[in-house]
Design a protein around this ligand. Structure first.
Ligand code: ADP
Length: 603
């Protein structure tokens, strides 16, 4: 979860949640309280209305009984009685029809009622038949007066049948109207209704919803008033209360829409939602402001830390505030600068160290090579010296004998040419043996004489001047003036330079450039370099070129002793002979010799 999200969550928790919680609590409590209060009031109204209904019905029945009781029933014939019955019919407005019946339920005289087609609920002949069917004669026979079950008349009006026992064989059936009850119920606030047994709507409503039927059924069963939320037929929610009407099995219900009943609580809820929305808006605003002031710098800092961790030291943190975060950013930038400086320092040290190590390693390698080469050449040298010593005498004898044979046979002899060639080959072998001896017999000289190193260099170059010109090789000399003198044998040194120049010429058959350099190293040693622009020496061959008889030249061009002899001469002068070359990029031979001074020493 990001810092910004957490900030918003925290603000919402502290800002919005309490408002919403309080609002919800207040709404629930308020609603419960309102429900209790309104229910109590509704129950009271329903109970009062139930009592009114009971009284109205009772007074209507009583009125009928009194009015009929005043008549001299025994003296009147059925026909007279029927006409006399017009009196209670006129006296009692609740009575819609009166009929005289025998105990078999048949009319004894024409019934009294006023069929009026104009009135929508006027009593009709069909209603009379229904009255005869519903009149509770059996009950009236036992109790004297009896109320029948309400029923729907032909016009749909709810009618209540009443039966009165007049004497043993005659009954009075009357139809009581519930109109008065209905009009009184309509005056009550909200909706009031009268329900009969089985949840039948008697007045106030044409039909009851299942919820309402259940409520009135429960009230009738428990004979105690009740209040609860019910759904009307149109699914709207109402707060309804019902009270039983005496022991008649009826109930009066009073209801009002829940929205009206709980309007106060609903207002509390609406206010809550409004203020919760305002709080949310303020939270969002405050959050955005805080996020800008806090999470932005924190993000900058975090990016800076990542950059530092990845080694991007040049990235600075831009926080322009003067608060603690600004100070932290400044501190961070300073730390980053310091780390960068130290990192650069360490890198520089590393590079220098590496350079030094490489340099030292190269030096060590060179020294080791030099030692190995010296040992190898010394070993080969002693072998060569032995062979040369052993060959020298027989070879001299062979050459002498051939010369003698030539002299004895004369120039005209057919063997003269053969003997001449044999003598040439013997001399060639003799030269090789001589060279071998020279290579093997070089000893470290402490003596010799002081001489300027440029002198043997010049002499050697003069020897090859003509050949160099012929092979179109440019010679460049870089001879430094004022160098100290060398110590030893200048003839041998000249021989070394001559070998090197000869090899350089051989390496440049198509011409090229020969550079001769003469300088000093730290004033103690003299450095002579012979560089050519020839074919170069492959790496794997570089060490072997100093071995005696190693050559790549064909035929009699070389026997591979030049560099061996040069190496042993330089060694005898306490110097070093080094080679540096790359194939195709020429070769450079360096001769390092100690300058002629008591302290000059290179080994
Ligand atoms: P040789 O000249 O008789 O062959 P060296 O001992 O003088 O004997 O040389 C040995 C070998 O070293 C040569 O055959 C040649 O292959 C190689 N070499 C010496 N100098 C050079 C050079 N300047 N350029 C290329 N190769 C060289």
């Amino acid at each position: 979860m990001s810092f910004r999200a957490r900030l918003f969550a925290f603000l919402a928790l502290t800002g919005v949640l309490p408002v919403a919680l309080l609002g919800w609590l207040s709404f629930s409590l308020h609603r419960a309280e309102v429900e209790r209060t309104v229910s109590r009031a509704q129950v009271a109204v329903a109970a009062e209305a139930a009592r009114n209904v009971e009284r109205t019905v009772a007074s209507a029945v009583d009125g009928l009984r009194l009015s009929v009781g005043a008549l001299p029933l025994a003296q009147l014939s059925d026909a007279e009685l029927a006409s006399v019955l017009r009196i209670p019919y006129r006296q009692l407005p609740a009575v819609g029809a009166v009929a005289l019946l025998g105990n078999d339920g048949k009319l004894l005289a024409p019934a009294v009622y006023e069929p009026d087609a104009q009135k929508p609920d006027a009593f009709s002949d069909a209603d009379l038949q229904a009255l005869l069917r519903h009149a509770p004669l059996a009950l009236a026979e036992q109790a004297g007066t009896a109320l029948g079950l309400p029923y729907r008349g032909s016009t749909g009006t709810t009618r209540l049948p009443v039966a009165l026992r007049l004497d043993r064989v005659r009954f009075l059936a009357a139809e009581m109207s519930l109109k008065e009850i209905a009009s009184r119920l309509s005056q009550l606030p909200g909706t009031a209704f009268l329900a009969g047994q089985g949840g039948v709507a008697l007045a106030g409503l044409s039909e009851l919803s299942p919820d309402e039927s259940q409520l009135t059924g429960a009230v009738v069963a428990s004979r105690a008033p009740l209040a609860r939320l019910v759904r009307r037929a149109d699914q709207s929610e109402w707060l309804a209360a019902a009270a039983p009407v005496g022991g008649m099995g009826w109930a009066v219900g009073v209801a009002q829409p829940a929205s009206a009943a709980f309007s106060g609580a609903v207002r509390v809820r609406d206010y809550t939602i409004f203020w919760a929305a305002v709080a949310l808006l303020l939270t969002a605003l405050l959050g955005a402001l805080l996020a800008r002031g806090l999470s932005q710098p924190v993000r900058e800092l975090s990016q800076g830390v990542s950059a530092l961790a990845e080694g991007r030291y040049d990235q600075t943190v831009q926080v322009d505030t003067r608060d603690e975060l600004g100070q932290l950013a400044e501190g961070f930038n300073q730390m980053a600068r310091e780390i960068r400086r130290r990192d650069e320092e360490i890198r520089a040290w590393n590079a220098e160290l590496q350079q030094r190590v490489e340099h030292r390693t190269a030096e060590l390698k060179m020294a080791q090579d030099q030692i190995l080469r010296t040992r190898r050449l010394a070993a080969i040298g002693s072998l060569g010296a032995g062979i040369a010593h052993e060959l020298n005498n027989p070879l001299t004898a062979v050459a002498g004998l051939i010369s003698l044979a030539r002299k004895q046979l004369g120039e005209s002899s057919p063997h003269s040419d053969t003997l001449k060639q044999a003598l040439e080959q013997a001399r060639r072998v003799s030269k090789i043996v001589g060279d071998l001896r020279q290579f093997a017999e070089q000893e470290r000289t402490h003596g010799g004489r002081r001489f300027p190193l440029s002198q043997p260099v010049q002499s050697a170059l003069e020897l090859y001047a003509e050949e160099l010109r012929e092979k179109r090789i440019d010679v460049r000399q870089e001879l430094k003036d004022g160098l100290r003198e060398a110590q030893g044998d200048p003839v041998q040194i000249q021989q070394v330079v001559a070998h090197l120049v000869q090899n350089a010429i051989a390496a440049m058959p198509e011409g090229g450039e020969l550079r001769i350099g003469l300088s000093d190293v730290a004033g103690d040693a003299l450095k002579l370099t012979v560089s050519d622009s020839g074919k170069g020496i492959p790496t794997e061959m570089r060490e072997r070129i100093f071995d005696p008889f190693f050559t790549t030249k064909d035929g009699s061009a070389g026997v591979g002793l030049g560099l061996s002899i040069s190496h042993s001469i330089v060694e005898a002068h306490h110097g070093k002979l080094l080679v540096d070359s790359a194939p195709g990029r020429g070769a450079t031979f360096t001769v390092l010799l100690p300058a002629a001074a008591p302290a000059a020493h290179l080994v």
